[in-house]
Design a protein around this ligand. Structure first.
Ligand code: IMP
Ligand code: MG
Length: 182
């Protein structure tokens, strides 16, 4: 698996340090609110696990599942809800957590779904923000790292459902990506 990697963009230590900082900020912002954390499946699995254990405030947790990428490197434009919210978020303070803010389409769609459920407040957090044009309606309040406009894997992020288990964020060699196209 490591032979497929081009380079490490963010080390495990860099990520852990930044998650520490984000947790301090989120904990302070939500100390007197009624937080429901809504991670977006599946890419933010590692991020949300690391974030959760650092948040020393009462909170509820419910995942939302949406899919537009269908496993490849380029968005298909299709969009399906693969897991709806189970908790009632009416009058609650919702913080959506996503892995990466790329075009912003995912977060816009998630935001629309959640706003219809009438939360008291809505914010979003993304571990990574790509240096790419974002959808004008996309709202992100907390960002872990700005990154270049390049395809990355690891720390939850996949290429064709692989590499999610890497504890760091890396780029793939073009030949590794091409090999998996076959
Ligand atoms: P957006 O809707 O274009 O902002 O894309 C968001 C989703 O696309 C993320 O939640 C990821 O699942 C996926 N995605 C975007 N860029 C990358 C990447 O560089 N690596 C892996 N997945 C990505
Ligand atoms: Mg993905």
């Amino acid at each position: 698996m490591r032979d497929d990697l081009d380079g490490v963009l963010l080390t495990e230590q860099q990520i852990q340090n930044r998650v520490d900082e984000l947790a301090v900020q989120i904990q302070a912002d939500y100390a007197d609110l009624d937080l429901t954390l809504v991670p977006v499946l599946t890419g933010c699995t590692m991020f949300v696990a690391d974030l959760l254990r650092r948040l020393n405030i009462p909170l509820r947790l419910d995942y939302i599942g949406v899919s537009s990428y269908r496993g490849g490197a380029i968005s298909s434009g299709e969009f399906v809800v693969t897991k709806a919210l189970q908790l009632d978020v009416r009058n609650r303070d919702v913080l959506v957590v996503d892995d990466i803010f790329d075009t912003g389409m995912t977060l816009v769609r998630v935001q629309r779904i959640i706003q219809e459920l009438l939360p008291r407040s809505y914010r979003a957090c993304a571990l990574l923000e790509k240096d790419a044009p974002h959808h004008a309606a996309a709202r992100v309040d907390y960002i872990g790292f700005p990154i270049p406009n390049t395809f990355v894997v690891g720390y939850g992020l996949d290429y064709r459902e692989r590499y999610r288990n890497l504890p760091f964020v890396a780029t793939l060699k073009p030949e590794a990506m091409a090999r998996m196209e076959m």
